[in-house]
Design a protein around this ligand. Structure first.
Ligand SMILES: [Zn+2]
Length: 253
């Protein structure tokens, strides 16, 4: 029983407890190339949030990790079988209800711990801030924590070398054998501005990638996954600690 994981702790431990920071992992349920499980983002978010919280907790931080939300925004994958979409407006409604509970009970800080590229919480955090002025909301994206280039050769953003390495580290029993991995080849938009990234439109996933992956996974390894995982957990653990210690009404110097 880890005292910083809400799903594992109990009323005996919590009836007189007071936490500083709640962490809400948020993933997605979606195809990840041929070879990774649909829960890939949820597994990554769950394990990373727990490892980061452990580091902060052991330094004395009062952090609690909430059960993760297993569905994310998958509007661009509407024709990919059993990719389950939550609309952004639904996500906002969920956040409002969670914030309402925390706010009523005096847990003022909420970190949304995002593990899925299609989730975009920034506009929601802006709006939540107005709705719950007594609270502090923030977002951390797991995979922007450290420079991927220091760990991986091939770039990508979905079921790529990075995600395959993480799953080989966390849940190797759920990764298909290497000969069944797709190449994660991405087709680029014919309009140059989108391909260059300075204009944006949602990618129609089934037209962009044959195997649903984006990024070649073939150089993935368990060792790379472990190193990357530990580097993220260390930095996130420091963030959890800093958030617990911070006076959020006096953040600037
Ligand atoms: Zn993913």
């Amino acid at each position: 029983m880890r005292p910083y994981i809400l799903a594992e702790t109990n009323w005996e431990a919590l009836k007189d407890a007071q936490f500083e920071l709640a962490v809400l992992p948020w993933g997605a349920t979606e195809a990840h190339n041929y070879h990774l499980p649909y829960a890939t983002d949820n597994i990554e978010g769950k394990y990373l949030a727990a490892a980061s919280a452990k580091i902060a907790w052991e330094k004395g931080a009062k952090v609690i990790v909430l059960p993760g939300i297993p569905f994310g925004v998958n509007t661009g994958q509407s024709d990919i079988y059993l990719d389950i979409n939550l609309n952004p407006s639904t996500q906002f409604a969920i956040l409002c209800d969670i914030a309402d509970t925390l706010n009523r009970q005096g847990l003022r800080k909420l970190l949304i711990f995002n593990a899925h590229g299609g989730n975009d919480f920034k506009p929601m955090v802006r709006e939540l801030g107005l709705k719950f002025p007594g609270m502090f909301f923030c977002i951390a994206n797991c995979f922007s924590t450290v420079d991927k280039k220091l760990f991986f050769v091939e770039s990508g953003d979905h079921a790529d070398e990075m995600e395959t390495s993480l799953l080989l580290h966390l849940k190797p029993e759920l990764v298909l054998p290497k000969e069944r991995w797709g190449n994660g080849k991405e087709k680029k938009n014919k309009i140059k501005a989108f391909a260059e990234g300075w204009a944006w439109t949602e990618r129609k996933w089934s037209q962009v990638s044959e195997d649903t992956g984006i990024g070649n996974p073939h150089l993935a390894s368990k060792e790379k996954g472990e190193k990357f995982f530990n580097a993220i957990a260390q930095k996130m653990g420091n963030l959890f600690y800093d958030l617990c210690e911070a006076d959020v009404d006096n953040l600037y110097e």
